[in-house]
Design a protein around this ligand. Structure first.
Ligand code: TYM
Length: 332
């Protein structure tokens, strides 16, 4: 029975083309969890507005994200797939939670610190309160589990703190969600600077691999990935570049890093890199083909996000009304 299943919520920003970090850190786990849970997955377009977007590109990428969710294996009959801005309860709940969140808490968020360092005083307020909107996303659905990469852990802890604070001040209103971070794939690193997280906003395109990169581009980017002069395929802190490639291979093939090390004993980096590229190309090929065919059927994509928003709105509005009532706002 659907009613007894625990709830999952997660989302990806349409702020750039999705990378294999998004795929291996988030999407692959979403697909694996879909049978045992009741999942809500959204394209968090409001979060993307914290960085200036070209409107036409934002629209195209939002639809492409939905196509990628479906092509990665999310079954629309098992998952509620929608666009964040279509469910206005997210923005409304975010304002209410803003009034319970401390400036100190938000100033300590490492993602905010990183991003604001680059732009200084002109950092926009949306970037500062970004984690509160994320907390609203999660808490509105009585979420049990939030499958994400490890970079989002701190944001989920804030969502938990806000939920506990609200519950203590009023009466139990929110479930306290937990982060779900996969064993492998939780932190795919930049191919050029393997001590940094792979990000879709990196300036050098050789630093990341996109889900939609063609096979020859994937091969080229992996062959150019920064390694070391140790010459041994080993999973260790001293060899971050090689360890990242082992991690990618491990997440794609479900083999343990130590088994990959054994398999490549005495084998050179060139052969290893070529095999990592093969494994990744094979994993992404069916996804890429499906995305292309889905994008030709905009009516189908529209039917998914429209029915998703309807279902999500029903659940989210129930929680929002509860919050409003407890806070003393007069019901309409
Ligand atoms: P975003 O859009 O930056 O990333 C989406 C998901 O991909 C994961 N991820 C990675 N995992 C492993 N290695 C990487 N290099 C890598 N890069 C990205 C992220 O951890 C994330 O799971 N704030 C969120 C979006 C969001 C959200 C939410 C998530 C908004 N509301 C509610 C969960 C629940 C973000 O910016 O993710």
């Amino acid at each position: 029975m659907v009613e007894n299943k625990k709830v999952i919520f997660s989302g990806i920003q349409p702020s750039g083309d999705l990378t294999i970090g998004n795929y291996l850190g988030a999407l692959k786990n979403w697909v694996a969890l879909q049978d045992a849970y009741e999942p809500y997955y959204c394209v968090v377009d409001l979060h993307a507005l914290t960085v200036r977007q070209n409107p036409a590109e934002l629209r195209a990428r939002t639809l492409k994200n939905i196509a990628i969710y479906l092509a990665s294996g999310l079954d629309p009959n098992k998952n509620t797939i929608f666009i964040q801005s279509h469910v206005s309860a997210h923005s409304e709940a975010s304002w209410l939670l803003n009034c319970f969140c401390y400036m100190g808490e938000l100033s300590r968020m490492t993602q905010f610190k990183d991003k604001s360092q680059k732009v200084g005083e002109s950092v926009n307020a949306g970037l500062f309160t970004y984690p509160v909107l994320m907390a609203a996303d999660i808490l509105l659905y009585n979420t049990d589990l939030v499958p994400v990469g490890s970079d989002q852990k701190q944001h989920i802890e804030l969502a938990r703190d806000l939920a506990i604070r609200f519950n203590n001040l009023y009466s139990p209103t929110f479930k306290i969600p937990e982060a779900y971070i996969g064993d492998s794939g939780a932190r795919i690193m930049d191919l050029q600077e393997p001590t940094k997280k792979m990000s879709k906003s990196a300036e050098n395109p050789n630093a990341y691999i996109l889900i939609m990169d063609p096979p020859d581009v994937i091969r080229k980017k992996i062959s150019r990935a920064v390694t070391d002069d140790v010459g041994v395929v080993r999973y260790c802190d001293e060899q971050p570049g090689i360890s990242n490639l082992i991690n990618i291979m491990s997440t794609v093939t479900n083999k343990k890093p130590e088994d990959i090390e054994k398999q490549y004993e005495g084998v050179g980096y060139a052969q290893f890199k070529s095999d990592v590229a093969d494994a990744l190309i094979e994993e992404l090929k069916p996804v890429q083909e499906k995305v292309k065919s889905l994008l030709e059927d905009k009516t189908y994509i529209e039917s998914i996000y429209k029915s998703g928003a309807e279902k999500a709105s029903y659940v989210a509005n129930k929680t929002l009304r509860k919050m409003q009532r407890k806070l003393g706002l007069i019901p309409r």
